[in-house]
Ligand binder design. Sequence first.
Ligand SMILES: C[S@@+](CC[C@H](N)C(=O)[O-])C[C@H]1O[C@@H](n2cnc3c(N)ncnc32)[C@H](O)[C@@H]1O
Length: 209
Amino acid sequence: MATILRTWSYRYPWLYDGITMLTAISVGGEARLRRLALQNLDLQPQTHVLDLCCGSGPVTQVLVQYSQQVTGLDASPKAIARAQVNVPQATFVEGFAEAMPFAEASFDVVHTSMALHEMEPDQRLKILQEVFRVLKPGGVLTLIDFHAPTNPLFWPGLAMFLWLFETHTSWELIRSGLEASIKEANLRLDQTVYAVGGSLQILRAHKPS
Ligand SMILES: C[S@@+](CC[C@H](N)C(=O)[O-])C[C@H]1O[C@@H](n2cnc3c(N)ncnc32)[C@H](O)[C@@H]1O
């Protein structure tokens, strides 16, 4: 699935940014979208935060407003190069989320937005197991991603978006959800909140102390 628009949106940053801006209207604008997974999170200047699969750093940019210890990781060298320009206050690392180049218990908070839907199920589980490894005991995972709409009126919009821009892995995520993988990775799910008629899920979990 997916169309040429997916390739173009990754090739042309202005297209990716434009699509994000348009889709963010459904949650009240991009600034609100970028903060959705950060609400009520305790972020202090010395909180070690990882923005996992950070892309060009749109959420990293928000995180550095709270913490001086923000790291972004992404597998794409182009995304990392853009992030370094966009958010010079953060440290960026090129790497794979399923094999992170960080020591055990490095972070208080791991955030990831709109990335897990790009992964195959076994890859997703590996990533969550890596999140468990790099989190400190008591550390928090917060994430936002697609979800099957709880309000049926939102199905046509989501289906159209996934058809135009996403691949089979998004549909698979919507079918299977994330709860089972979070549990299998030994993380404890604390909270699930939905937005845009349930088309987006915001999950919060922690590594037991
Ligand atoms: C849809 S973008 C989301 C970027 C950003 N988090 C945002 O909210 O705009 C997904 C990102 O995940 C990255 N990515 C995909 N597979 C990855 C992997 N295995 N390890 C690390 N990053 C990966 C891509 O390079 C891309 O930047």
